[in-house]
Ligand binder design. Structure first.
Ligand code: ATP
Ligand code: MG
Length: 651
């Protein structure tokens, strides 16, 4: 973004008060904001007591060497003990921790007592295989309970895991194994995806033939699909052989609060992935607190379901660490939302009586495209809180989610955070906040976020600019693995003493925060900074548009011109010039003439990362007739070929 602040174009006046009964019994009330404001570190020290420490910390934050933070540094704890054993000791061993739903329809319920046994066996197995505290273990698994068990087994022995999303290629696995210097890989023969077994082990085999991966001594293989696998004797071992024969007794050792817990590479929406390092005590404190506060989780009665993959930070913080540290009962689903039919998610909600659902805007837009009649066939009345994460949610998608999934009563929590922040940072609280479609609204208690202009001045209400975090937080990344300088340069150099998130944002007249997309994506049209998110949301609010991606392409007269790629709904005709004209005018009416796209191109698909986010930089390459940049984190690179052939020559 240059000189001028981000224009504040979109007006959204719909408001939704929290349901009275939820507000009356909410885990967290408005008081939390006051407490945290009066004594921020005291607030986090109190939240740390949600955990069970072997040695209670006496120091909350050491910020003597910024930006390298140490939280609760003289405390000691075992993360896996906090997620499993202590619930069993408290008499909840029979509570279901995981309702696993396989894509082919197989299911398993795992209680906390069973989870404790399985994690203990896996921890014993890792120790037997020579993994010790401080080592790294790469995890490349489908969405099966063993993924959670593997993560917790690493945590239990003080080794850091590095989970690689199961859809990534051999190249991506090799690069991550090499960067993290992993000693062992945990994988599976395969997993079920779109109705058939999809192999995983061949990618690991290929990755391990690459330069720089020789540090991997053993590969532990979970049997899931029973497909044939190549076998390297002396290196490859079956999980059921090695883990199965272990004792279910394992004494968890306490580690320092700053013991590395995991390295996770970011999704790669903007470029080369970064290995984000998270540690133990602070991370678990914030993952646990936010899961309790933002979802209003009642562990005795709620059934929670986060649809993210374990390969993303959402899966780490809101499948493994947050829910399990809180003793939640959760659903884990292996497969895709349209297998074997487009109602699969809603069938799962109905089957398990899911009360809290956490998913992504990309999924919600897909459900909208598939039609209202599909969720209407299922009983979704158990739902009480709905969450969103991953991208700004278009107000129309938000309203659809509330109406067609949440029976017009469930509060929606739009949670802004990043791999780097480790846990949620900006979000409504379901029993407190009057929500606004499309806004993440307010920094959570204990979190300090604001919006600044180019000169690092806080913008007034109604202004736009860059989202920054002005105080350290417990689950903050500690560094980029092996690259302290890149950590400083990427996050702490743009604005002195503030964390630069890389996202554009605005404050509305109430001071609530609206995320406006990545700073790299913001467009500069005739001297005005315009948010891609706002133009996309305006397009999506037209009944003929299911999804939209907007980019600024170099333009001789206006500096940049707005180019929109749209996916039309059901019957709309892609060659209808009149419709394209209507869409331009629709944006003009919603946001003003400056935001009218110069070109609107109907397409069949949009390029997305494997975590489902729109990759605008590739569309910008197309719109400017350039060679495509790095496509390795794209779900399906043929999408780009299709879009390029559809693109008329630039005028
Ligand atoms: P990379 O950093 O490698 O380019 P990435 O930023 O997509 O990839 P993540 O850490 O998974 O990787 O995503 C965090 C980003 O997702 C945020 O910086 C923001 O752009 C977007 N995001 C997440 N949640 C929200 C939300 N609720 N509202 C708006 N944007 C969101
Ligand atoms: Mg990012």
């Amino acid at each position: 973004m240059s000189n001028e602040s981000l224009a504040n174009l979109l007006k959204e006046d719909r408001r939704f008060a929290p349901p009275a009964d939820l507000a009356a019994h909410a885990n967290v009330t408005a008081e939390a904001y006051e407490q945290a404001k009066a004594d921020r570190l005291g607030f986090w020290a109190a939240q740390a007591r949600r955990l069970t420490w072997a040695t209670e910390p006496t120091e909350t934050l050491d910020w003597s060497n910024p930006p390298f933070a140490k939280w609760f540094k003289d405390g000691r704890l075992n993360v896996a003990y906090n997620c499993v054993d202590r619930h069993v000791e408290a008499g909840h061993g029979d509570r279901v921790a995981i309702h696993f739903e396989g894509e082919p329809g197989d299911s398993r319920a795992i209680t906390y007592a069973e989870l404790k046994d399985e994690v203990s066996r896996a921890a014993n197995a890792l120790t037997e295989l020579g993994v010790s505290a401080g080592d790294r273990v790469a995890v490349y698994l489908p969405m099966i309970p063993e993924a959670v068990v593997a993560m917790l087994a690493c945590a239990r022995i003080g080794a850091a895991h590095s989970v690689v999303f199961g859809g990534f290629s051999a190249d991506a696995i090799a690069a991550r194994i090499k960067d993290a210097d992993a000693k062992l890989v945990i994988t599976a023969d395969g997993g079920y995806r779109r109705g058939k077994p999809s192999a995983l082990k061949p990618a690991v085999d290929e990755a391990l033939s690459r330069e720089g991966t020789q540090g991997v001594a053993k590969v532990l293989v979970v049997r899931r699909t029973e497909q044939d696998v190549a076998w390297t004797e002396g290196r490859d071992l079956w999980w059921h052989d090695v883990v199965g024969k272990q004792s279910a007794e394992h004494t968890p050792e306490a580690f320092e609060a700053e013991q590395p817990l995991f390295v996770l590479y970011t999704s790669g929406t903007t470029g080369k992935p970064k290995g984000i390092l998270h540690t133990s005590g602070g991370y678990l404190t914030q993952a646990s607190y936010t899961h309790h506060a933002v979802f209003d989780l009642k562990p005795e009665t709620d059934v929670y379901w986060c649809t993210a993959d374990i390969g993303w930070v959402t899966g780490h913080s809101y499948i493994t660490y947050g829910p399990l540290s809180n003793g939640a009962t959760q659903v884990i689903y292996e497969g895709t939302p349209d297998t074997p039919h487009q109602g699969r998610f809603w069938e799962i909600v109905q089957k398990y009586g899911v009360t809290i659902l956490y998913t992504a805007p990309t999924a919600i837009r897909t459900f909208m495209k598939w039609g209202d009649d599909i969720p209407a066939k299922f009983d979704l009345s158990s739902l009480r809180v709905l969450g969103s994460v991953g991208e700004p949610i278009n107000p129309e998608a938000w309203v659809w989610y509330r109406k067609h999934i949440g029976a017009d009563k469930c509060p929606i929590v739009d949670t802004w955070w990043q791999t780097e922040t480790g846990a949620m940072m900006i979000s409504p609280l379901p029993g407190v906040t009057e929500t606004k479609p499309g806004s993440a609204q307010r920094a959570l208690p204990g979190i300090a976020a604001t919006v600044v202009d180019d000169e690092a001045n806080e913008v007034p209400d109604g202004g736009g600019g860059y989202l920054v975090l002005t105080e350290p937080w417990p689950s903050m990344l500690r560094t980029i693995w092996g690259d302290d300088q890149r950590f400083i340069d990427t996050y702490w150099s743009r604005f002195e003493g503030k964390y630069f998130a890389g996202d554009g944002a605005k404050k509305d007249d109430d001071g609530d925060i609206w995320l406006l997309g990545r700073v790299d994506d913001v467009m500069l049209v005739s001297g005005h900074n315009i948010s891609t998110t706002e133009v996309e949301s305006a397009l999506v609010s037209h009944p003929s548009v299911a999804e939209a991606a907007v980019v600024g392409a170099a333009d001789e007269t206006t500096g940049q011109a707005i180019v929109a790629f749209v996916i039309l709904r059901g019957t709309a005709d892609a060659d209808d010039a009149e419709l394209v004209g209507q869409l331009r005018n629709h944006v003009g009416t919603a946001l003003g003439p400056i935001a009218k796209p110069k070109r609107i191109l109907p397409v069949a698909e949009l390029p997305k990362t494997r975590s489902g986010k729109i990759m605008r930089r590739l569309l910008r390459d197309v719109a400017e007739n350039r060679q495509l940049g790095d496509v390795t984190t794209l779900t399906d690179s043929s999408v780009m070929d299709l879009i390029q052939t559809k693109l008329p020559a630039a005028p």
